[in-house]
Design a protein around this ligand. Structure first.
Ligand code: GLP
Length: 260
């Protein structure tokens, strides 16, 4: 696992947008895994800027959402599909029919989960998967005690996650209880995992994920099993890491040809 401790959100955005740009440029039919939440926003801003400067194109790309709320009407502003459209895909040249998410409107949600995995497999898997981390260590919506081998499935959110995500909803709106999320085993199949965390409220979860034991109690610790996982942090999110100085030194002395 590579740990990169940077400064301002813009630096994080630039670094990760660079990795995505390389995927877009290197592959004929690139596939991206997109995450919601505030952590990836600096990346999406940089991608839009690079697209406006004609440096990158999404015309041959396919994008997959990591997760989606169950029970919101389609097009609801709080839905994760709408979030990704507003924050990224409405502003770049990704063909709208190549933005995919779990179909939470289906009567048979289990079938919707299986079909979503098939869609990802048929696209050749995901080249680069962006991830945030919940304050309880979840990735996607894999809450604590999620099997480290889990597949895409229906999950129930913890009270902590619902309280954390209430800030995106209006005062009279309820955060849904159920979601569909790619499972931890499914996430591990992506070529490159890039997890972003900012702020001291993430420091404990980050330390557990990076330096703690591999455990279903901290689902993000599953990154320890991936051969190409990058964790990009601001100093506040990194403050509980015991080996922070070592990670900084490693990054400073990284050979110029070695990119994240
Ligand atoms: C939600 C999403 C996660 C995201 C997390 C953290 O729970 N399902 O994918 O990582 O929020 O969000 P934020 O980056 O806003 O802290």
């Amino acid at each position: 696992m590579e740990i990169v401790i940077t400064g301002a959100p813009d630096e994080i955005g630039d670094l990760v947008a660079g990795a995505i740009a390389r995927v877009l440029q290197a592959r004929p039919d690139p596939t991206l895994g997109l995450a919601t939440g505030s952590s990836p926003l600096p990346v999406y801003r940089q991608l839009i800027d690079r697209h406006r400067r004609s440096e990158i194109s999404f015309a041959s790309a396919t994008a997959f959402l990591l997760d989606e709320y169950v029970g919101l009407p389609s097009g609801d502003p709080q839905s994760y599909r709408r979030f990704i459209e507003t924050e990224l895909t409405d502003h770049v040249d990704l063909p709208p029919d190549r933005l995919h998410g779990p179909d939470t409107d289906r009567a048979d949600l289990l079938e919707a989960c299986r079909d979503y995995e098939r869609l990802i497999r048929d696209a050749g898997g995901i080249d680069l998967q962006l991830l945030g981390i919940g304050s309880d260590g979840h990735i996607g919506f894999n809450e604590p005690t999620s099997s480290l081998a889990s597949r895409t499935r229906l999950k129930t959110l913890t009270p902590t996650t619902r309280a954390d995500n209430a800030r995106f909803f209006g005062p009279d709106e309820e955060v849904p209880l159920h979601v569909i999320t790619q499972g931890l085993g499914a996430i591990l199949e992506a070529g490159h995992l890039v997890l972003i965390a900012m702020g001291a409220h993430k420091a404990e979860a980050v330390a557990a994920a990076v330096e703690g034991p591999l455990t279903a109690m901290c689902p993000a610790s599953v990154l320890q099993l991936h051969p190409h996982a990058t964790v990009v942090l601001d100093p506040d999110a990194a403050w509980r890491l015991r080996l922070a100085d070592y990670y900084r030194q490693t990054y400073e002395h990284k050979p110029p040809w070695q990119v994240i």
